[in-house]
Every structure is written in structure tokens, then in C-alpha cells.
Design a protein around this ligand. Structure first.
Ligand code: MN
Length: 267
């Protein structure tokens, strides 16, 4: 079966409307197009500031890889040597932009009593495709950011135990705090950079990016086997071991070599 893209559907809609119009009220295609591009209400795009630019990065989809550092995979109860990568998504409005040098309030979410931090490198795509090779994968990266994959761990675990989707544990408002996107041209290639997270000045997570099980290039390649990737897609690349809880009042400081610190206060 031929798949129909969103753009083709849009064109078909305009043609149908124009056709219907010309047969009855005599609406031109231009008028039909105006009618179709008007929406009954406004939905704001989700945008992330780009460092050193007046432009903003428009977010299309948020992908996250699970258990991508061996020690974290073990602490989550799986064997990192045998499992293929798996991915999940967050809604785009999970994005909470945190400006560098600012202590941003981050709301403790509803429904959880065990709210966890996960510090992660985030790759932001400028292009995409299907079945992207590992060798060409990084050609699609626009830039990188430092982010947090905040998690209602109790719900994630309980729903997983019940063999239900653990989406509500991962995909909720404000669950993806993120700093500005730095374009690849302004960075050296990430290799053994140190990534860390501390709570109230005590280091909790610390690793180097070369400890990832699946590299960013491999993640892009694998994801593109499941879904066509597009400009605007961003990928949270997994967290090191020693995830843990925060409570209201905690200050969470995230660090990644080459990028500015990201700091939130749980409120
Ligand atoms: Mn994560």
C-alpha cells in the first residue's frame, strides 16, 4: 500500500475543497488554501533557543533511549550485554527550557512519591530519513544540548511490573528540562566528555560519554529503522548509573564538558 505523507494529504484536502468550491460557490484554489491554513485555534510550536543565534530550534519529536550505560542497565535489573536498544517518546511539551546560569524552578509532578533525575546528552537533528547508516548518521545532527529525563520512577516500575505501558512514568509535563542547543560547528566531536549530576552539592551521577552502550550515531541509525526521522527530532541518549530521587527544595546541577551547566530547583 502506498503511504501518503502529511503534505500530500494537505494538498489533496486543498484540491478537494477547491473542486467542491468551483462546482458550487466558485472558490478559487487560493481561497481554498487560505481556508485550510486557518485553524480554529492556535497551538504554539515548541522551541528551544540555539546558542549564539537569534533562531530557535523547533522540536518535532522527542525520542529517548533506555538503559544505555551498562551500570545503569544493571541497576535497572537488565543485562546490558545481550539487549538490543529500546526507545520511548516524550511529548514535545515536556520541554522545559533552562537558560544557562539560571536556577530554574521545576515543579514536582503529581501522582508520584519517587521522582528521579536522569542527566543525559541530547542530540538535535537537522535532517532525517529511513534506514540511516551508522557512518552517515552524525551528518543529520544539528547540535547538542544537556538535558534531564525526569521520571516518576514508582509509576514506571509499577506499570512495568503489571505489563502495562509505563508512559505516564516518563511522558508528562515538564519532564524534559533542557539547556540551549549548541551547533555541531561550535563543538569538538563528543568522545570521552564527562557528564555528571549533583543534588545539593553532592555528586550522584558521573560517567564519560564513551561509556554509552549505543553511540549517538548508532541510536540514530537504529531509530531510523523504526521510524522515519525528520529535522526537529531530538534524542535523549541515556543516563549513567546511580539515578535517584529528589524532593521539593533540592537543587539539581547537571554538567557536561563543552556545554554550560544546567540547574533546576525542585518546587
Ligand atoms: Mn533516560
Amino acid at each position: 500500500m502506498k503511504t501518503i505523507s502529511r503534505r500530500e494529504t494537505f494538498k489533496m484536502g486543498i484540491a478537494a475543497l477547491a473542486g467542491a468550491g468551483s462546482a458550487s460557490a466558485g472558490i478559487s484554489e487560493t481561497h481554498a488554501q487560505q481556508a485550510i491554513t486557518q485553524t480554529p485555534f492556535k497551538v504554539d510550536p515548541v522551541l528551544i533557543p540555539i546558542a549564539g543565534s537569534k533562531e530557535m530550534f523547533p522540536v518535532r519529536r522527542i525520542y529517548c533511549i533506555g538503559r544505555n550505560y551498562a551500570a545503569h542497565a544493571r541497576e535497572m535489573g537488565s543485562d546490558p550485554t545481550r539487549e538490543p536498544p529500546f526507545f520511548f517518546q516524550k511529548p514535545t511539551d515536556a520541554i522545559q527550557y533552562v537558560a544557562p546560569g539560571k536556577l530554574e524552578d521545576h515543579p514536582y509532578p503529581s501522582l508520584t512519591k519517587n521522582y528521579h533525575y536522569e542527566v543525559e546528552l541530547v542530540a538535535a537533528l537537522k535532517s532525517g530519513g529511513k534506514n540511516i547508516s551508522i557512518e552517515r548518521a552524525l551528518d543529520h545532527v544539528y547540535g547538542y544540548a544537556l538535558g534531564l529525563d525526569m521520571t516518576r520512577r514508582d509509576l514506571q516500575r509499577a506499570l512495568g511490573d503489571q505489563k502495562k505501558p509505563w508512559e505516564i512514568g516518563k511522558s508528562f509535563d515538564h519532564s524534559a528540562p533542557i539547556g540551549p542547543i549548541y551547533r555541531t560547528a561550535s563543538l569538538k566531536n563528543f568522545s570521552k566528555e564527562s557528564i555528571s549530576l549533583s543534588v545539593n552539592g553532592v555528586v550522584k551521577q558521573k560517567a564519560t560519554l564513551d561509556q554509552m552502550i549505543w553511540s549517538v550515531a548508532e541510536q540514530i541509525s537504529k531509530l531510523s529503522e523504526a521510524n522515519e526521522l525528520f529535522a526537529g527530532d531530538i534524542i535523549f541518549s541515556g543516563t549513567p548509573e546511580n539515578v535517584g530521587p529528589v524532593v521539593k527544595g533540592d537543587v539539581v546541577l547537571c554538567k557536561l564538558d563543552q556545554l554550560p551547566d544546567l540547574t533546576i530547583k525542585i518546587v
